[in-house]
Design a protein around this ligand. Structure first.
Ligand code: AR6
Length: 170
């Protein structure tokens, strides 16, 4: 199971995987951060498809094609905004990972890459977010043989160190 999880430092839009996950907002109509990067790299058709989806609730996930991205699909999920930790943030972030993985499996995805959902403008503490991400993915992989590779994409050195350490503890 451990060899099916990788940590990568870099830009998620460059990865040749079956699906990349987008840390979106409830409108699904684009934004800054990784969401902006994904929309720019995928092209205008991605926004056009997103407009047909009717938004997405926090913790839920929706799938689109990848258009100009090397990835075949984008799985859009909406992480919680960190409001101190007593507003179901942990549960909602765990739901993002679980629901994204479930949607991936339903679409025959074998390789998938996640950004560090909610740890940018949504302010979720990085260490805590990484623990949740690693735990949910490890639990999912235990019960699923279809997914061959899950990549945690870190955009900054701090997240990269945190994930590497977390992975060593699995
Ligand atoms: N590849 C991988 N990771 C990235 C990239 C990239 N190209 N760019 C940024 N990150 P954020 P959130 C990292 O703010 O906190 C948007 O406006 C970034 O360093 O993108 O879930 C949406 O529309 C950080 O570690 O997402 C929402 O309104 C992580 O991705 C809101 O931001 C997530 O940071 C969502 O906030």
């Amino acid at each position: 199971m451990r060899n099916r999880i990788k940590v990568y430092l870099g830009d998620i839009t460059k990865l040749e995987v079956d699906a990349i996950v987008n840390a979106a907002n409830r409108s699904l109509l684009g934004g800054g951060g990784v969401d902006g990067a994904i929309h720019r790299a995928a092209g205008k058709q991605l926004l056009a498809e997103c407009k047909t989806l009717g938004g997405c609730q926090t913790g839920e996930a929706k799938l689109t094609k990848g258009y100009n991205l090397p990835a075949k699909f984008v799985i859009h999920t909406v992480g919680p905004v960190w409001r101190g930790g007593n507003n179901r943030e942990t549960e909602l972030l765990a739901n993002c990972y679980r629901n994204s993985l479930q949607l991936a499996v339903q679409n025959e995805v074998k390789t998938i890459a996640f950004p560090a959902i909610s740890t940018g403008v949504y302010g979720f503490p990085k260490q805590k977010a990484a623990q949740i991400a690693l735990r949910e993915v490890a639990n999912f992989l235990k019960n699923n043989k279809q997914l061959k590779q899950v990549i945690f994409v870190c955009f900054d050195n701090e997240n990269y160190q945190i994930y590497q350490q977390g992975l060593d503890e699995i």
